[in-house]
Design a protein around this ligand. Sequence first.
Ligand code: SF4
Length: 346
Amino acid sequence: METKKKDIRALTKEQLRDFFVSQGDKAFRGNQVYEWLWQKSAHSFDAMTNISKETRQMLEDHFVINHIRVDQMQRSSDGTIKNAVRLHDGLVVESVLIPTQTRTTACVSSQVGCSLDCRFCATARLKRMRNLNPDEIYDQVVAIDNESRLYFDRPLSNIVFMGMGEPLMNYNNVLKAIEKITSPEGLGMSPKRIVVSTSGVPKMIKKMADEEVKFSLAVSLHSAIDEVRTSIMPFNATFPLKDLREALEYWYQKTKNRITYEYVVWKGINDTQEAVDALVKFCRFAPSKVNLIEYNPIDDGEFQQASEAAVEMYKKTLERNGITVTVRRSRGKDIDAACGQLANKQ
Ligand code: SF4
């Protein structure tokens, strides 16, 4: 009977060294293989050219390398690239490369579907199917780094966890992936160039603060009024703004890192002076800045981008109150770059 082979990348470096010792080989062989798996992103044992043929065969007999595959790549007229990424079990997630003059940012997924239910989000319709493994998150970054080098002649500079899924609902794997991305044995990127964007899970924000993580935190806020927020992000009924606020204050006390609030202004939902005033008040609890993001609509048109005048009202009011604000234009509109849109069409 054939036994299922284990994914070799689920092993730590220590476990890999122990494995080689258990096979009567030298522990340092584990280091070599580890380097091939992570730093060099080898897709097959055959690619490991400084490992003997017999050893490669032995690895083949015991393990598989479960790599992601970019199934479909779409390029927008504004340079944005969107990957539909096929996982080893056939499920699909998305990641996006967003180029600007000075940087290339990877927007990566952390779950297949999502356990939360934001009403404006295409991913929410897929429901959560499973969490991504650390290597599946890491591979998305590697794929985008390669595309950045190929199409823009520069390495990837930034990463945001803003694709499919709620990263704090897959906390351990996201942290393991970040560990690999920032490790010199992985991609060696600075944690300062990584943003984890959450819809706001208070308990997990506190946990991250306690663990003194070095990356930045963004919160998809979209409303600072409980009633409104619950109507568009129903889980807010379980994690109300009071708890979120308390967790964010705690985060700032511990990390001294200012928080970014991601905020979309929708017509008839949060385009009022009352909504802006509530946001200003919320921003006073901990040092923060606001990104006003243009909405990338999903098919049914229930949510519509507010008028320019409403966005301007937000910008002016925030600035008048000394809060840093940037307006982010939507990217990749012609390729369905809002998270979840492509996977919904598979
Ligand atoms: S916006 Fe983010 S947290 Fe909300 S359903 Fe979509 S993927 Fe999940």
